[in-house]
Design a protein. Structure first.
Length: 448
């Protein structure tokens, strides 16, 4: 049974009608479902027992590879010991231990960790902390937020407001939070096509922040939020000097800089964080996905001591300082998975392994230059994208076809618009990297 016929037998066994799938073309999917039933190491297993190489670490999240027994055992043991404990006005030891583990790999000074359950929640948490911080220091009029075109910051109202993905905003346009501006995105085919690592062109785009600040006055602006490497929009690598310039301008005007590291956190670019990789320290970092290898939903915000202390010291001794949190913040099972995952990252040196494999990944992905429909290739660490010419009148269709061909041939890739994105688990080896891109090449020769 192949991927095309897989749905025929499945649809007779499985009722697909109740599950409303997220970010999915539901009608298209249910007409020809792609169902996975197992995962181990670098591979998924499909319902018809085919092995599929995971070219995207799930959704940029399974950085240590699938089915890690240390994580499974940690979760199992924790659930046997204590399944749940309230996170408001009560604590449990492994929440604190997980926070220490995460703090240990954050840039120096960003060691106050607030837990949430998804990247979207982490983003909204960071935005709220930024507002609470300014208010606590007597500048409560600093409420404006600045995001970036093509930025993806999740799907909460805060996230889609600062985010810059038109389709994610369109239906909710009237309900976006007010007082938000957007920096221009940094994608430019004319000046930066086929860049390896950081494009030399485009650092000046950070100056646009000065224009927005001049328009509103810095005294009204709370924070700037950007992904250091934009992931979901199709892997846009920051131009040389760009992030440094944003940092400089934010510092000059007392504006907080938030790096959304939901994708880049925990080794993706070959360092613990993109902040560390680029040598630019923001005031707040959002993270999720690989924080616990995606075993149990979990996310977090790392805040600087200054932000934390300002908020914490703003209230009376027995008052709740920040009216924010989630029933499942630092859920015991998620925290256990987090601790076990961070131990794996350290023990196996996976962040430096990603740095080591990055040149091989770069060489392999750039070999696709000149193949049918390819119009740009970009990469950093173990993340990369191949942008295709869109088919006339059918944007996204060509990348979908390429994605389907790859899936039939045993490789899972991501596609967004007409961009194919790659982010394998950090355990990927040379042969698997070659296989991923050889499969993409073959797929490109078979589509129209
Ligand atoms: C940079 C960034 N921020 C936030 C999110 C939202 O994360 P979640 O889907 O866990 O809400 C994502 C998800 O891909 C992301 O890439």
């Amino acid at each position: 049974m192949n991927a095309i016929t897989e749905h025929v037998s499945l649809s007779s066994e499985l009722d697909l009608s109740n599950y409303w799938m997220p970010f999915t073309a539901n009608k298209q999917f249910k007409a020809a479902p792609r169902l996975l039933k197992g995962a181990k190491g670098m591979y998924y297993t499909t319902m018809d027992d085919r092995k599929i190489i995971d070219g995207c670490a799930g959704l940029w999240c399974v950085n240590a590879g699938h089915g890690r027994e240390e994580i499974i055992d940690a979760v199992h043991n924790q659930m046997m010991e204590m399944d749940y404990a309230p996170s408001f006005q009560m604590g449990h030891p492994i929440a604190f231990e997980a926070a220490s583990k995460v703090a240990a790999v954050m840039p120096t000074g960003l060691d106050k960790i607030f837990f949430a359950n998804s990247g979207s929640e982490a983003v909204d948490t960071a935005l709220k902390i930024a507002l609470a911080y300014h208010r606590a220091r007597g500048e409560g009029q600093r409420t404006r937020l600045i995001g970036r075109e093509r930025g993806y910051s999740g799907v909460g109202f805060g996230g889609i407001s600062v985010g810059g993905i038109p389709a994610n905003r369109k239906a909710f346009s009237a309900s976006l939070i007010p007082g938000v501006d957007h920096l221009p995105h940094t994608f430019n085919l004319e000046h930066a096509a086929y860049s390896k690592g950081q494009p030399a062109w485009g650092g000046h785009l950070a100056e646009e922040l000065e224009r927005i600040v001049a328009l509103h006055d810095a005294s009204n602006i709370a924070a700037v939020i950007v992904e250091p490497v934009a992931g979901s929009t199709g892997v846009l690598i920051p131009p040389q000097g760009y992030l440094q310039k944003l940092r400089e301008i934010c510092t000059k005007h007392g504006i907080l800089l938030i790096f959304d590291e939901v994708i880049t956190g925990f080794g993706r670019v070959g360092a613990a964080t993109a902040s560390e990789y680029f040598g630019v320290t923001p005031d707040l970092i959002t993270m999720a996905k690989a924080i616990n290898n995606a075993a149990i939903p979990m996310s977090a915000v790392a805040a600087s001591q200054k932000i934390h202390d300002t908020v914490i010291n703003s209230g009376a001794a027995n008052a709740i300082e920040l009216f924010h949190g989630y029933t499942y913040s630092a859920h015991p099972a998620a925290a256990a998975a987090c601790i076990a995952t961070q131990d794996i990252y350290q023990r196996e040196g996976l962040f430096s392994r990603a740095a080591q494999m990055a040149p091989k990944f770069e060489a392999a992905i750039h070999k696709l230059r000149g193949e049918p429909f390819v119009k740009d290739i970009r990469n950093l660490g173990l993340m990369g994208a191949v942008e295709l010419e869109a088919r006339d009148g059918a944007p996204g269709a060509r990348a979908y076809d390429a994605f389907m061909k790859c899936y039939e041939k045993g490789v899972m890739v991501r596609f967004t618009g007409d961009i194919l994105a790659f982010s394998p688990p950090l355990i990927v080896n040379d042969a698997q990297i070659e296989e991923i891109f050889a499969t993409v090449k073959a797929a490109l020769h078979e589509i129209k």
